[in-house]
Design a protein around this ligand. Sequence first.
Ligand code: F0G
Length: 435
Amino acid sequence: MSSELICFDHECRARYAITEVLYNCPKCGGLLEAVYGQPAQSVEQWKSLWRARRTSNAPLDQSGVWRYRELIPFLDDFAGVVTLREGNTPLLPGRMAAEYGNLDAITFKHQGFNPTGSFKDNGMTCGVAQALRLGMTRVACVSTGNTSASMAAYASAAGLEPVIFIPHGNIAFGKLAQALEYGAKTIQVEANFDQILALVRHLAERLGIYLLNSINPFRIEGQKTIMAEMLDQRDWRVPDWVVLPGGNLGNISAFGKGLREMRELGLIPRLPRLAVIQAEGAAPFYELMHSRDRTRLHAVEHPQTLATAIRIGDPVSWPKAVLEITASNGVVEKVTEQEIADAKAVIGRCGIGCEPASAATLAGIRKLTSAGVIAADADVVAVLTGNVLKDADYIHQYHTGILKAPDGTPIMPRFGNPPIMLPNNSDEIAAFLSN
Ligand code: F0G
């Protein structure tokens, strides 16, 4: 099937070969996206084909991304694809979380079950496949944590050299540990995410390194399959809402594109409404969508939140995100540090757990149901983007009552569960456990 890159700017729409090394439109500077011609096969067969592949032992079929390869046909052949069996993430119910979110029921799509612990793996397998196809030998990204771990793993698995840039002192330790373990050249820079992204874009061009931040359109293609897998797991029943956290806004762009394409192909009859949740101290997209002029985003110069994954003040994919929120009749909400922390603990109590950024979903849902935007009986899928093991310090500090917001405000451990110190004495321990 024919595939091309096209400028996202509706006034430009310049087209480029799928094999050009581009991140922005050379004509107007706009974002790029992959587009495809009409599929040769009947689309109705795809659903049974995808279902049948779940029992296959072929690596591509076992991948929760490449299983849906008909939706992302940008490669001519799949010989070079490296899969760590990404995707395949479960849909999980959470009774206490539903109650907390004022919902009859809730479904979590838990992307933290991915090989490196976040949804980034869905996109990275595609970004790395494109890097190989282009003959690149080095790949780079700036990251608040998850992207770096994911890129390091996939690049090393593919025999590419990963170079990672991270904001000094602002990355979860576990993520840094992963990047080191997977063999990435790891460079810490005294600047924030947005500043380093500008630097890395420049360096990538200068040194011929392939950039694998979510501005890369092939990462977006891979992340689309999160929605395909979710629908496949629900026997193609479209939820009323899909709720996700927003940082650089790559994921909302991917989900929206994937869902619109699936509707155009006739795989689903309608779109779910999309809700993006941001942290109050890093909410430029919330401000944009609540302003009259949606043509210019005002960056937050010093974004602040303990949810480091979404600590982004100048999200690159905002024009795509505006389209997806508008097309799906969606909404954007923002939540406080306290709200994120409490929602995270509630998700933990369900035996599920997630990282702080992911918990913004439930915090946002609670606000949106209280405001009457989401109905109590709505069919809601909340996407937990990352694993509970990220930010272990945060968890311990919350439960022991010493967690503080970036501005120093103490966060109350409303769902705190601190460890209990007891002497090495069976009577005392037995007395304690008998209460
Ligand atoms: N949730 C998690 C767990 C993330 O790691 C990220 C982004 C987001 C949500 C936000 O997604 O940027 O597509 O809106 N993390 C990036 C990183 C920036 O470097 O790992 P987005």
